[in-house]
Design a protein around this ligand. Structure first.
Ligand code: NAD
Length: 357
């Protein structure tokens, strides 16, 4: 098979990145997919076991903040497309350690942009046939009231947490590289994702794991905050569509029109886990434990993804009930994955494999 494109996917060992890598490796055997990941606590190559031996897949362990290395990779692999997901992604961690978030999310993105710019501008065709696609979050828009409004692509940026501030900073740099140098960039802002392979510090896998182990389920404040939830494979499908057909320099919001208060979501998870474990309904209800609210906790996020639907025909493929059932079932069927990820066992294994390369 002749390789027609060399696509760098950053953060491909993480939650969303692993679904994007899997989709691209399987759907496009004519593309060479280079998965670049630092393998932080959130990155696990075991998430990609099913594609690691495919001939069109290469893994590179590297830090996006290492500019010289990024330059080397762009040249070595003749990269002509970037799908950039690598980031520090957990809001609670950003509250404790904002520097790491600014470093990875802002400086790391800048380092990739600059490596792309220097490499592509040195080529005779320059930016022709190139694309730098940056994956971002709806959290850059700030928070909504309970008033039925939505974030649109025109909503002004008003990030509140160090995580969302760092993502907003990276979004601005990406757009600046288009406006200043003419780089063919694209940015998407997506709502909360759920599904298999999510590191179990995030709400849904954490709660499934805790219910399984009979541990408390910590609920911030009164559990009234609202989030829009999208099945991760539908996000990956949107990324595929936008990478190929999205308008250069444009922004698309991606969301599920699927709002849930945290407490209602938690009740659905409890009910589903109990049912799938064969427990009588209500068995795990007592695990709900209200804790002090997160600092600066945004009240409500809701995405208007009509532009993506109208322009590119994308819609979520799964109803939430179906997606949550699939997700709970996956975590219950993959308890070994969960235990190994939480104990760091996979990470140690892969570190030993890559140490001498
Ligand atoms: P994740 O934390 O599961 O994965 C992040 C990946 O990036 C990990 O594999 C990690 O090893 C890697 N990484 C971190 N720092 C790196 C560095 N310096 N160099 C190279 N690799 C590094 O995150 P996720 O939930 O999969 O999110 C992926 C992207 O999507 C992020 O940019 C995030 O902001 C964005 N996003 C996430 C959500 C969500 O609900 N999870 C929603 C919207 C947007």
């Amino acid at each position: 098979m002749n390789i027609t494109r060399n696509i760098l996917i950053t953060g491909g060992a993480g939650f969303i990145g692993s679904h994007v890598v899997r989709l691209f490796v399987n759907a496009y055997p004519e593309y060479h997919i280079i998965n670049l990941d630092k393998l932080t606590y959130a990155g696990n190559l075991v998430n990609l076991k099913d594609v690691e031996n495919q001939p069109n897949y290469t893994f590179v362990k590297a830090d996006i903040c290492d500019f010289d290395k990024m330059l080397e990779i762009f040249k070595q692999y003749h990269i002509d497309g970037v799908i950039h997901l690598a980031a520090e992604s957990h809001v609670d961690r950003s509250i404790k350690d904002p520097f790491t978030f600014a470093h990875t999310n802002v400086m790391g993105t800048l380092s990739l942009l600059q490596a792309a710019k220097l490499t592509w501008e040195a080529l005779p065709e320059c930016y022709e046939g190139k694309r730098f696609y940056h994956i971002s979050t709806d959290e850059v828009y700030g928070a909504l009231e309970f008033d039925g409004t939505f974030f649109t692509e025109e909503t002004k940026y008003q990030p509140h947490s160090p995580y969302s501030a760092s993502k907003a900073g990276s979004d601005h740099f990406v757009r600046a590289f288009h406006d200043t140098y003419g780089m063919p960039t694209i940015v998407t802002n997506c709502s909360n994702n759920y599904g298999p392979y999510q590191f179990p510090e995030k709400l849904i896998p954490l709660f499934i794991n805790n219910i399984r182990q009979g541990k408390p389920l910590p609920v911030y404040g009164k559990g009234e905050n609202v989030r829009d939830w999208l099945y991760v494979v539908d996000h990956a499908r949107a990324i595929d569509l936008i990478f190929h057909n999205g308008k250069t320099a444009d922004t698309y919001n991606i969301g599920g029109f699927n709002e849930w208060t945290n407490i209602d979501l938690i009740k659905v998870i409890i009910k589903t886990v109990d049912r799938l474990l064969g427990n009588p309904e209500g068995t795990s209800d007592h695990l709900i434990t209200y804790v002090t609210d997160r600092k600066g906790h945004d009240l409500r996020y809701a995405i208007d993804s009509n532009k993506l639907k109208n322009e590119l025909g994308w819609e979520p493929s799964l109803q939430f009930e179906e997606g949550i059932e699939k997700t709970v079932r996956w975590y219950l069927d993959n308890q070994e994955w969960m235990d190994n990820v939480t104990s760091g066992a996979y990470q140690k294994y892969y570190e030993s494999m890559y140490k001498n390369r």
